[in-house]
Ligand binder design. Sequence first.
Ligand code: NAD
Length: 372
Amino acid sequence: MSGTHSILFVPGDGIGPEVMEEVRRVIDWFARKRNLHVEIEDALIGGACYDAHEVAILDETVEKAKRADVVLLGAVGGPKWRDVPFEQRPEAALLKLRKELDLFANLRPAICFAPMADASSLKRELVEGLDILIVRELTGGIYFGTPRGIEDLGNGEKSAVNTQRYDSREIRRIAQVAFLLARTRRSLVTSVEKRNVMETGILWHEEVTRTHEREYSDVQLEHLLADACAMELVRRPKRFDVILADNLFGDMLSDEAAMLTGSLGMLPSASLGEMDKDGRRAAMYEPVHGSAPDIAGESVANPIASVLGFAMALRYSFNRNEDAALLEQAVNDTLEDGVRTADIWQEGCEKVSTSGMGENIVSRLESNAAAS
Ligand code: NAD
């Protein structure tokens, strides 16, 4: 795709700036060697923003995020900001961005690179080559539904309530995301719910089926009860391509799928907003891990989750599938070469720093490009 892509770069706190520096290195390579035109603007977020401005995020940063094609986030938070006012805690900046950009679709890939297959709790043959994408509804369902609360019954007992509520539109728009993404992959969507015991499950099933029939019948659709899906994920995970789930089930299933792949330092995620009439949608890419204050400043953090977040941006926002695959292949080959940061180091491998990992990934991009 031609044109210039605008990126808002928000490295954040702790290891955020360290790992994002390696993303910058990778972006530079794509700009020089693959004709990727990007405009990068930097902004503070989280504790770093609080230190400078006494707020977790500036309104002008939110506006820049709305205008940018993608937001690339490092991580926020840390013990230094434990006592800041509740509404200015670093995590509040993320919630504000998600809300203001209406990022209702959360994408969590679970990819198992062959050299890392032994880090999984499952047998190598079950996970080697695994490539699943979990599409989770992020702004509705039981985490937001009302009524909610805890009531004192006055007899020494209490009663608590949460409400699971979905309307047709919320289900349709997340289903559309899943079908569209499946088209860029292996074209199979597995929609999960509990229609056997929940009315929201019945509506979910109906709306997903109707959306499929109307607009996406070229994609294969199957329905699975959420508990059956949890079992299948550890029994035969490679049977899945895209898993579509509500907020609650998506939360559980994406963590389960993540653990199939081994390490926290390897896992990216994306959050997408609604598509406008020009086919453009807000998007934020970030690693699943946090700011890791225990290792911040030591140059030992693994930058792969953030680098793979950029691969997702290439695929899902910039429509550059080939470049995304190139980057994922370079990460795979770097691991195959035995290059490891401390968190994924094994006997016989070479231990490298954060920048060492970035340099090796770029060398692999370079040598793979020369060989092709
Ligand atoms: P964490 O993910 O930061 O760290 C958990 C453990 O994993 C730590 O031992 C850490 O050293 C290790 N780790 C994480 N990422 C790594 C990487 N890339 N390379 C090597 N090792 C890595 O989770 P936590 O300790 O629970 O949280 C620390 C801070 O991060 C808290 O303030 C929390 O609120 C925040 N947090 C932010 C986000 C986000 O910005 N999206 C997400 C989760 C936690």
